[in-house]
Design a protein around this ligand. Sequence first.
Ligand code: DX5
Ligand code: ZN
Length: 234
Amino acid sequence: MREFLIAPSLLSADFARLADEVRDVSAAGADWLHLDVMDNHYVPNLTVGPLVCSAIRPYTTMPFDVHLMTMPVDPLVAGFAEAGANSISFHPEASLHVHRTIELIKSHGVRAGLALNPSTPLAVLDHVMDLLDVVLVMSVNPGFGGQAFIGQTLDKLRLLRERVDTTMQRTGRPLLIEVDGGVNASNIARIAAAGADVFVAGSAVFGAPDRKQAIGRLHDELDTVAQSAGVAAL
Ligand code: DX5
Ligand code: ZN
C-alpha cells in the first residue's frame, strides 16, 4: 500500500523564527521537514548548514529530509548526520563518485536519496537503484522556492513509478518517490496519480497563514487519488 507524505520545505519559513515555524508545521500535521541546503556554488543561493539542523532538531520528532544542493557533497554528510538528518538526498552531478557518496550516507545510518534535476535522465539511477531509499524528482530548477511546477515532470514520474515498483518487487526494500518544487493544492492530485509518494511543499505550506488548513487541503486532494487508486493517504 502506497502512503502519501507531506514535507514542508524550510526554505519558505520565516527564518527569524525557525523553532516556532518548525513546531507550527509539526503540529499542523506535516510528515517530514525538508531542509534545503544551498551553497551558492552548485546553486545560486545560500541557506543553512548542520548548525541550523541541530538547532531545530529538538523542536520536532518529524524526520529531517535534508536536500543537499551543494558541491562537493561528501564533506557535509557526517555533519548533517550528527545534526539529526534522517535522510540525505544529493544531486549526482555534484559528486564525482555517486555510488561512494550513497554508501557514505548509509554508513551513518541515514536514508540515501538521489535528486534528479528536470534535465537529468532516469538513467543515472541504473546501477544504484537498489541502494537508494528515496528518489527526489525536481519539478523546478534547484535554487529557489516559489517557482512554477514544470509540467513534463509528470511523464518522468510515470516512467519512474514503473521502475520503482519493479525494483521494490526485486529487493523487497521500500523506495520512495519524492517530488520537489511548485507543488500545491491545484496540482498535487495529478502528481500523486503519476506516482509520487512524498510531496515537498514550501510556499504552499509555509507561505500559508493557516498551515493546518493548507496541509489539510493537500491531504483532501490526495484522498481523491487514494480512493481511486486504492492507496492509503496519511
Ligand atoms: C528548490 C528546493 C525546493 C523548494 C520548494 O531548489 O529544492 O525544496 O524550496 O519550494 P516550493 O514548494 O515553494 O516550490
Ligand atoms: Zn528541496
